[in-house]
Design a protein around this ligand. Structure first.
Ligand SMILES: C[S@@+](CC[C@H](N)C(=O)[O-])C[C@H]1O[C@@H](n2cnc3c(N)ncnc32)[C@H](O)[C@@H]1O
Length: 313
């Protein structure tokens, strides 16, 4: 894997972009990806809310922002294989100036000919921390605060994605659980210096549900590399794009750590130290099935290893 800023004139080849972290502007990089080469794109775009990402102006006019996003959707459609999927995570924005950005995006994507398959409701239960009630206990102007986000899912040209059935690795239990479109997944708490990272569980579900082993998964606004890490862990290929060199470096460290952990599943990277699963951190741990316990353990190891690597740099 390498960090690079490709030059505008070169077209990438599948060999040159598989399992790469590419640090550069989304459109410039996407324009170099060959058509019909990505099986699943998953992303959460910058929200244009003036969020302090490392290296990006997040405060365009809304019209300019939508125009920019439309260019990204057009490139996404071009590079997806027929039947390839696009999972777009988006939250309803702002309370007072409510903007139904998820409607605007789904309209744009349908206008360019993408098939809208579904919308998944990612319930985060963040209400406990709320302060903005509007007119408290009065109908004069009370506020509704969304405690969820959407994952809008689209297909290019066809509903079905061709693939070798032997490379389908979702279990019956996972298939049943993920097919219910109401997903309760707590938000990511381990931020690694990023304002809006994905929880790994969200990406795990999308990758297992919508791809075969060996498929290529892209995140064009990859941030700290959650999609790349989960793709690697689940034996898919990845392509990660982000404009921030800092986030790309964090993504690279996470991938490296995940690889080490997969190769040495009982090592924390610290000689002699043993992982202890603290019940307060994982209250439901005792009730989990074996495969889920391993996942919890693996995530914990991943975080431990990432901390260790970050501290030692
Ligand atoms: C909502 S965040 C994605 C976070 C990611 N899902 C994660 O798990 O870390 C949006 C990302 O878009 C990146 N970004 C903003 N403008 C960009 C551009 N023009 N080209 C590529 N990436 C850009 C930001 O650096 C930020 O990391």
């Amino acid at each position: 894997m390498l960090i690079c800023t490709p030059n505008n004139s070169d077209q990438m080849t599948p060999a040159s972009f598989l399992d790469q972290i590419v640090c550069g502007d989304v459109l410039k990089v996407m324009q170099q990806i060959p058509s019909n080469s990505i099986d699943l794109a998953i992303t959460s775009p910058p929200y244009n809310l003036g969020i302090n990402y490392d290296n990006h102006d997040d405060s365009l006019t809304y019209e300019k922002y939508l125009e920019w996003m439309k260019q990204v959707w057009l490139e996404t459609k071009r590079i997806l294989v027929p039947g390839g999927r696009f999972a777009l995570n988006i939250a309803p924005t702002s309370i007072k100036n409510f903007t139904p950005i998820h409607h605007d995006f789904s309209n744009q994507l349908r206008e360019i000919g993408m098939i809208m398959r579904t919308e998944i409701l990612w319930f985060k239960q963040t209400m406990l921390k709320r302060t903005a009630w509007g007119s408290w206990r009065s109908p004069s102007n009370p506020h509704i605060l969304p405690s969820w986000e959407y994952v809008l899912v689209f297909s290019k040209d066809s509903w079905a994605l061709e693939g070798d059935p032997r490379e389908s690795d979702i279990t019956a239990d996972e298939f049943k659980r993920f097919s219910d479109g109401f997903w309760y997944i707590p938000p990511e708490t381990h931020r690694r210096g990023h304002p809006a990272p994905f929880p790994e569980e969200l990406i795990y579900r999308l990758i297992k549900y919508y791809t075969y082993r060996g498929n290529v998964v892209l995140d064009m606004f990859g941030g700290t590399g959650t999609v790349a890490v989960v793709a690697q862990n689940t034996k898919r290929h990845f392509l990660h794009i982000d404009i921030s060199e800092n986030y790309c470096k964090i993504a690279e460290q996470r991938l490296e750590a995940a690889k080490v952990i997969q190769e040495l599943p009982i090592s924390t990277g610290k000689p002699g130290s043993k992982i202890v699963i603290r019940k307060d951190q994982t209250p439901r741990y005792e009730k989990l099935e074996k495969a889920q316990r391993e996942l919890v353990l693996q995530n914990r190891l991943l975080d431990e290893r990432a901390n260790y690597l970050t501290k030692s740099i």
